[in-house]
Write a protein of this length. Structure first.
Length: 66
């Protein structure tokens, strides 16, 4: 797992720790659905992360546990 984190970090991936995604804003761009914004909760506060066209968003449903 550490090798994967290192590999992603070297490629500019941003990791948001202690953050819960509560929603996302999806728009239709030329017939393709695109995430425009991610709504998050950090330390009890609601915030937003803007998503640029060059960004990639991977969404999984449910929890990922060991």
């Amino acid at each position: 797992m550490r090798r994967l984190l290192k590999w992603l970090d070297e490629r500019g991936v941003v990791f948001e720790m202690n953050t819960t995604v509560t929603d996302r804003s999806i728009v239709d761009v030329e017939g393709s659905k695109t995430v425009e914004q991610i709504v998050v909760k950090r330390d009890g506060l609601i915030g937003e992360i803007a998503v640029r066209l060059i960004d990639r968003v991977l969404v999984t449903l449910g929890s990922m546990t060991k």
